[in-house]
Write a protein that binds this ligand. Structure first.
Ligand code: N2P
Length: 340
């Protein structure tokens, strides 16, 4: 009897002691349907530990402080440049990523990472103005500068994101949102300073929820958030401001010191699959950089102008780039604006 017990213990021990393989995935909030991660775990046995952040700056600070905890992060393009410069991300093993061929060539080789040595496009999108049509006539809202109108005071939401908020001020004044001029940045921040007392909510974690709850009636919003909000409540509408929406792309990278870079590559390759990229885009309402996935998209999403901006909507849109040393001026103005 005793021997039998020992034998069975011996047989079951490896099962208990074998640690499950884990990928630590650090991503924006509201940016990944759980079902996709579940499917990956089901197929590979690799568990995904998913943690979220609310801004590029937060992600950067976390990686800087605790580099080895995450296997994948998803910075915007202008932060990919910074992470490369600061040697905080590692080169990818392209042999493990044959799915790269599914991506649009036009979205590869961006200046931040010319040969995509370090980064794989994940989703791209815009930031525009959301309006609750029950409270504000959307036809009256055409420009970023409309946010300053008296009647919207106390009903405004701003995304808590330095470069995007500066974009609003800079474009409202006719400047580039990648300005390197301290004078222009100061003017933009001064103008924004007249708006901030009337902002009801600053949020970049779940901004759409404040529209859905009726707490705010107008404000900046990421297009995917607007897409999801609009599906729940068609009164929440999305407007591409005449002075130009923000355009951005987010990209998967592997931080230096990642504990499971092999698992990270497996998850990236999984996300490059056309069916998976389709499910991701449809689930969160942002545009896929995956050409092969475009063919599979539900026409309701593909033809939805919030999720997939029509070309005219992007006429004055400006892509956010790394501003190098000028970042200090942005940070200075931002600190004044947000009272830090
Ligand atoms: C949505 C995240 C949007 C990413 N929660 C903006 N770059």
């Amino acid at each position: 009897m005793r021997r039998l017990l020992l034998v069975s213990l011996f047989l079951t021990l490896p099962y208990f002691t074998q640690a499950q393989e884990v990928v630590n995935f650090y991503n924006w909030s509201d940016y990944m349907p759980q079902a996709i991660l579940d499917q990956f775990t089901q197929e590979t046995g690799i568990q995904v530990v998913y943690t979220t952040y609310e801004s590029n700056e937060e992600m950067y600070d976390t990686l800087k402080g605790l580099q080895s905890r995450y296997d994948i992060a998803v910075p915007s393009t202008y932060f990919v440049s910074r992470l490369i410069r600061d040697k905080m991300i590692q080169p990818l093993d392209k042999k493990k990523l044959p799915g790269l061929r599914n991506l649009y060539r036009a979205l590869l080789g961006k200046s931040a990472d010319p040969a995509n040595k370090y980064s794989v496009p994940y989703l791209w999108g815009t930031t525009g103005i959301a309006v609750d049509a029950k409270k504000i006539n959307p036809a009256k809202v055409k420009r970023w500068s409309d946010l300053w109108a008296k009647e919207y005071r106390g009903k405004i939401l701003m995304i808590d994101d330095m470069r995007e908020v500066m974009h609003v001020g800079l474009r409202a004044l006719g400047y580039s949102s990648n300005s390197l001029e301290p004078r222009e940045l100061r003017a933009a921040a001064q103008m924004l300073g007249k708006l901030t007392p009337h902002v009801k909510v600053w949020d970049s974690e779940t901004p759409k929820d404040h529209f859905l709850s009726g707490e705010v009636a107008i404000g900046m919003l990421w297009n995917g958030e607007a897409y999801l909000a609009n599906k729940q409540n068609p009164n929440i509408q999305y407007i591409y401001p005449e002075e130009g929406a923000v355009m951005w792309m987010d990209n998967m990278v592997i931080p230096v010191g990642a504990q499971n870079p092999d698992g990270a590559h497996k998850l990236m390759e999984f996300l490059l699959r056309p069916e998976v990229a389709k499910a991701l885009s449809e689930g969160v309402g942002y545009a896929t950089p995956n050409k092969a996935a475009m063919k599979l998209l539900d026409p309701d999403v593909r033809n939805n102008p919030i999720a997939y901006p029509p070309e005219v909507a992007l006429e004055n849109a400006e892509f956010t780039y790394d501003v190098g040393d000028a970042l200090q001026y942005y940070e200075r103005e931002w600190a004044k604006l947000r009272g830090e």
